[in-house]
Design a protein around this ligand. Structure first.
Ligand SMILES: CC(C)(COP(=O)(O)OP(=O)(O)OC[C@H]1O[C@@H](n2cnc3c(N)ncnc32)[C@H](O)[C@@H]1OP(=O)(O)O)[C@@H](O)C(=O)NCCC(=O)NCCS
Length: 163
């Protein structure tokens, strides 16, 4: 996705989702490398790999990555991808160290899912590696486990009250 896009929460906590840019790459890389065990790819992402990812990301209009901001600070990241057959998958959901547990990521997820539902599709899901305690976070955000994917859970957003 190479268009500027900013989503602003209308309610407290007033998080903002800002389309990630080249200036965010090192921060995104650090967050991802610090949380390897929660994701499918568990290798170390090098600066070169991160640049290559960003160059290909810019060519994918169905792929959206945001930096979550609160009171002018970067507090995390999250993204979504539109699949060819219609549904959207949310992914790369990471809270910055020191900003986890404040309800900011749940607010950001509600904002992102409301945007997906109003602009793209109400069919929103995600895949969570088994053993990742983040599955409870998704459940607090309104997702439910609907299938067993072997090494991962398949979740769907059950109710999008913003639409
Ligand atoms: C998942 C993650 C983004 C959640 O961020 P967070 O800042 O803790 O989320 P919030 O403070 O917005 O929490 C929202 C709700 O989820 C709950 N929650 C979050 N993490 C939880 C956990 N591990 N276990 C139980 N509940 C959890 C919170 O208690 C809160 O509940 P509430 O709705 O009753 O208030 C963060 O733990 C993280 O970065 N994890 C590492 C990266 C990762 O694994 N990402 C997911 C990949 S699939």
């Amino acid at each position: 996705m190479n268009l500027p896009l900013t989503l602003v929460s209308p309610v407290e906590p007033r998080v903002t989702l800002r389309a990630a840019g080249a200036g965010d790459l090192e921060q995104l890389r650090a967050w991802k490398n610090a949380n390897k065990k929660g994701f499918f790819f568990r290798g170390e992402i090098t600066p070169q790999m991160q640049k290559a990812w960003f160059a290909s990301y810019l060519l994918r209009p169905e792929d959206f990555m945001f930096v979550v901001e609160h009171e002018g600070r970067k507090v995390g990241c999250m993204g979504f991808r539109l699949q060819k057959d219609g549904p959207a998958d949310v992914y790369n959901i990471i809270a910055a160290p020191g900003d986890a547990g404040k309800g900011l990521m749940k607010a950001a997820m509600a904002l992102m899912c409301a945007h997906i539902a109003s602009r793209h599709t109400k069919d929103i899901g995600c895949l969570v590696v088994k053993g990742n305690p983040a599955v409870a976070f998704y459940e607090h955000c309104g997702f439910k486990i609907i299938a067993d994917g072997g090494d991962h859970h398949v979740l769907k957003l059950m109710a999008n009250k913003k639409t």
